[in-house]
Design a protein around this ligand. Structure first.
Ligand code: HEC
Ligand code: HEC
Ligand code: HEC
Length: 166
């Protein structure tokens, strides 16, 4: 019995420690500032509608690049895996190729990720082009032309130079 209780207490402690450790590494400043590979991603995110908007609500790196936080264990596992992979690649991997990575991320960004927050797309008054696009996108999410990032490629990272091109 004491062994069991000890084990139980240890498990709880680990759980608490894990959660505490996750707080700093979940912040966008950490994700974007730790490695030089992420610098462009961080700066372009700050310029994007998700990094800065009139509503003052920031969408963090982890909200788009990891499974949702509500799926606790999948979220933690994905974070541990990508974190370890990033660290390994940082020290032992080939030179980071942002364009190649950009395409890879773009190919894998699922509609569910976006719909997790934008769940009332059709409820908003929006223009008719948007409405037609969104009806199609919700009806057939797997068609390549209906993927959210097909039309909204720049939402996470503002890559065009808005300061000079307008
Ligand atoms: C609204 C969703 C969203 C948010 C928030 C977001 N991203 Fe992205 N990210 C994307 C999409 C979509 C792409 C692929 C398209 C592109 O890069 O233009 C991408 C591409 C990337 C890439 C590969 C290209 C590169 O620049 O190296 C990295 C790395 C990255 N993101 C890291 C981050 C970091 C770090 C943050 C937070 C500071 C962040 N992302 C926030 C959606 C997002
Ligand atoms: C964690 C929540 C969250 C996630 C995930 C998310 N968004 Fe957003 N999005 C927001 C918020 C908050 C705003 C800014 C406030 C607003 O305009 O409603 C926004 C704004 C936008 C806008 C309006 C931009 C503008 O120029 O006004 C578009 C388009 C958009 N998001 C598309 C996407 C797409 C596509 C994805 C998936 C790659 C995504 N969002 C993922 C929360 C999120
Ligand atoms: C075929 C192109 C297309 C696809 C696919 C598409 N959209 Fe849009 N979206 C538009 C257009 C056009 C607008 C209106 C102009 C603008 O704001 O960029 C718009 C506007 C938006 C806005 C801002 C206005 C609003 O209603 O709040 C959000 C958020 C948004 N889209 C999210 C999404 C999400 C999430 C998906 C995937 C489920 C998606 N879009 C798929 C074309 C598209």
């Amino acid at each position: 019995m004491p062994v069991f209780l000890g084990g139980f207490a240890f498990a709880i402690l680990c759980f608490v420690a894990l959660n505490a450790a996750m707080v700093p590494v979940s912040r966008s400043e950490y994700c974007g500032g730790k490695c030089h590979e992420m610098n462009t991603a961080y700066v372009t995110w700050e310029l994007s509608p998700h990094g800065a908007n009139a509503a003052g609500i920031r969408t963090e790196c982890v909200d788009c690049h990891l499974p949702p936080k509500e799926e606790y264990f999948t979220h933690i596992a994905a974070k541990a895996y990508t974190g370890a992979k990033d660290i390994y690649k940082h020290y032992f991997g080939a030179e980071y190729d942002p364009e190649k990575m950009r395409k890879k991320v773009l190919d894998h960004m699922s509609n569910e990720t976006c719909l997790h927050c934008h769940d009332s797309l059709l409820a908003k008054p929006g223009n008719s082009a948007a409405r037609i696009a969104h009806v199609a996108s919700l009806a057939q999410p797997n068609a390549p032309e209906n993927r959210c990032v097909q039309c909204h490629e720049d939402v996470g990272h503002q890559r065009q130079n808005r300061l000079f091109s307008q």
